[in-house]
Ligand binder design. Structure first.
Ligand SMILES: [Mg+2]
Length: 236
């Protein structure tokens, strides 16, 4: 298969453009976050509530509410606190603590090359990272990957998006925001279930092979293309 007709490239971030093992990262992230809630919420309760509210965000397919709205409306009753009390803690965490977690990630050397190459060929770029995080946490991870200054046309964050991977609504919303048809897009990612779900709306897919490939086995998807980022670059 070639990339005939493709004008927009949708890239996943974690495990695709950034060397980050999300399963190893999340426990460290939670531990660091829980420390900021010392004396306000027990760590166990905080983590349990975040996981449950994140799940609520992923499951919610109602496009009238942003992911942020879904998260908070689920989260606040669980912890019994006001958002006004919690917001400054989260803000300070993302400003002061989150950047220090960068040692858990490493840049993917080919990432910048493939993005710059794609731009030089006239492709429009989207950072199609699962919008479970506030924008500030996405920009910080882009910085870890050395790609924060790449002119993406769209970076999907929880403030703006109304669905999450692997829901087809997430990919449909990207198409709508781009004003693009599925045939014009290629989704590039390392996660079979989350990233190849783009095929549900007719977007072609490129599975990035390597140490970060994730496949839960179900549902099964076959990518249109697979290989390394350098293989992708040579197709562009
Ligand atoms: Mg990924």
């Amino acid at each position: 298969m070639n990339l005939q007709g493709v004008r927009s490239l949708l890239f996943d971030l974690d495990g695709t453009l950034l060397g980050l093992d999300i399963d190893a990262f999340v426990p460290v992230y939670f531990e660091a976050l829980a420390r900021r809630f010392d004396g306000i919420l027990p760590a166990g309760r905080l983590v349990e509530a975040i996981l449950a509210s994140t799940w609520a965000m992923v499951a919610d397919r109602d496009l009238s509410r942003s992911n942020e709205e879904v998260f908070w409306s689920d989260f606040l009753p669980r912890v019994g606190l006001e958002r006004e009390r919690l917001d400054p803690i989260f803000t300070a965490f993302y400003r002061d603590v989150f950047p220090s977690l960068g040692h858990l990630a490493r840049p993917v050397p080919e990432a910048r090359r493939v993005l710059e190459h794609a731009l030089s060929r006239g492709y429009r770029l989207v950072l199609a990272t699962n919008p479970l995080f506030p924008r500030v946490a996405i920009v910080e991870r882009m910085r870890w990957g050395g790609i924060h200054d790449i002119p993406f046309a769209l970076v999907t964050a929880y403030e703006d998006m109304h669905a999450c991977k692997p829901q087809p609504e997430y990919y449909r919303e990207i198409l709508q925001l781009l004003g693009a048809s599925p045939e014009e897009c290629l989704m590039v990612g390392n996660d079979v279930q989350e990233d190849l779900a783009a095929s549900l709306v007719g977007i072609r897919t490129f599975l990035v092979e390597g140490p970060f490939l994730r496949d839960k086995g179900h549902p099964r998807y076959e990518p249109d293309l697979r290989g390394t980022l350098l293989d992708l670059a040579s197709l562009l």
